[in-house]
Design a binder for this molecule. Structure first.
Ligand code: 3HC
Length: 325
């Protein structure tokens, strides 16, 4: 793998190789780990897949917060399964990133040092049980909107990981909507809680798709490489179009006075999120940014004895094998 990468670095500027690579992508071929690839393609994939993996892992925290306080045993079992699924998604994605020559340890170190990002949405708090509904419905709903097209992404291991992830995310979205249905049709206090959760999660969910197309740094190149299949604004619009009728069905109000069906465009008009807030969250100033990183650092430190034990066991096994040879 490393020999392959060193070889590929030497031939990075070869126009014939670059053209042949682009042709494979244009023809809809999958790029596999041992294939030649431009360094920019490899680095971008590591950034995007790594960021995605970190989002799945950090994303366990806001929901994990409610496992011990779920209102029924059934809800608790469902939430537990969902949070475990997110851990699994993180692991498939770290494995996909490892095929590009980066180690999971390195990716973790880059997350913990703040060098790598994770999704802005997980820097917001989950204050009530209704937030479990809003997270499943809106956050997983936005994640699926972005990830279904990624099943067709050009990098084979990423595309294949995405197939299973999307199946599970669909279940997550449905369970969130189901919680919202119960809350919205419950007592007045429960309905208010559901409305409050929607009020707080609406704009942060819109931010998940990334900055507006005019401010998206990577979209153009990544769409040419089919690392990204749609622009941020295209997916945000699709999400609003899908979610507005669902909110109406729930009898809840999306907190946007400009949200309105536009017959001419065949889409809903809606207000942009506060982009200053978005970029501030990206700089590490979200309401829970410090708390999230403290939790991940603590988990890493607390797990040191497990890693040390496994490494010692592996070293002992290897020494025994060498002695026997
Ligand atoms: N949160 C944090 N950072 C974000 C962001 C967000 N919501 N949206 C964009 N950014 C960052 C980008 O990483 C980039 O920063 P960088 O150059 O320092 O890495 C910068 O903002 C500019 O944005 P671009 O539009 O140029 O970036 P991309 O082309 O990478 O598009 C993306 C952003 C749409 C999020 C894309 O990376 C993507 O599709 N990623 C894969 C999906 C993913 O990561 N999803 C996470 C969702 S959470 C989840 O899946 C968990 C589930 O359980 C709910």
């Amino acid at each position: 793998m490393y020999a392959q990468m060193i070889k590929s670095e030497k031939s990075q500027d070869d126009p014939e190789k670059l053209a042949a690579f682009q042709q494979r992508i244009d023809d809809g071929e999958k790029i596999e780990p041992k294939d030649w690839m431009p360094e920019g393609y490899r680095k971008t994939l590591i950034r995007q897949i790594g960021q995605h993996a970190h989002s799945e892992i950090v994303g366990q925290l806001p929901e994990g917060n409610w496992i011990t306080r779920a209102p029924t045993l059934e809800r608790k079992a469902i939430l537990l399964a969902k949070v475990q699924d997110e851990a699994g998604h993180g692991l498939y994605l770290y494995c996909a990133a490892e095929t590009l020559g980066v180690s999971r340890d390195q990716l973790t170190r880059d997350l913990l040092s703040g060098k790598m990002k994770y999704s802005s949405i997980f820097n917001y708090p989950t204050l009530t049980w209704a937030d479990m509904g809003a997270v499943g419905w809106l956050v997983d709903g936005a994640a699926i909107m972005n990830q279904v097209p990624l099943q067709r992404t050009s990098y084979g291991p990423y595309a294949r990981a995405m197939v299973r992830i999307c199946k599970e995310e669909s279940f997550h979205q449905r369970q969130g909507f189901d919680i919202m249905m119960k809350m919205a049709n419950g007592t007045e206090a429960q309905r208010k809680m559901a409305q409050d959760a929607l009020n707080r999660f609406w704009y942060p969910s819109l931010m998940m798709f990334g900055p507006s197309d005019a401010n998206s740094v990577h979209s153009e190149q990544n769409m040419a490489w089919k690392i990204k299949m749609n622009t941020n604004d295209e997916l945000r619009q699709k999400f609003v179009d899908q979610t507005a009728p669902q909110a109406a069905f729930l009898g809840l109000n999306i907190p946007d006075e400009h949200l309105k069906w536009n017959e001419e465009r065949g889409h809903y008009d809606f207000s942009e999120p506060d982009w200053d807030e978005f970029f501030d969250v990206l700089r590490g100033n979200g309401p829970c940014s410090v708390e999230r990183m403290e939790a991940r650092n603590k988990a890493w430190d607390d797990g040191a004895w497990v890693r040390d034990g496994l490494m010692a066991h592996a070293a002992k096994k290897k020494a025994r094998r060498v002695a026997a040879e």
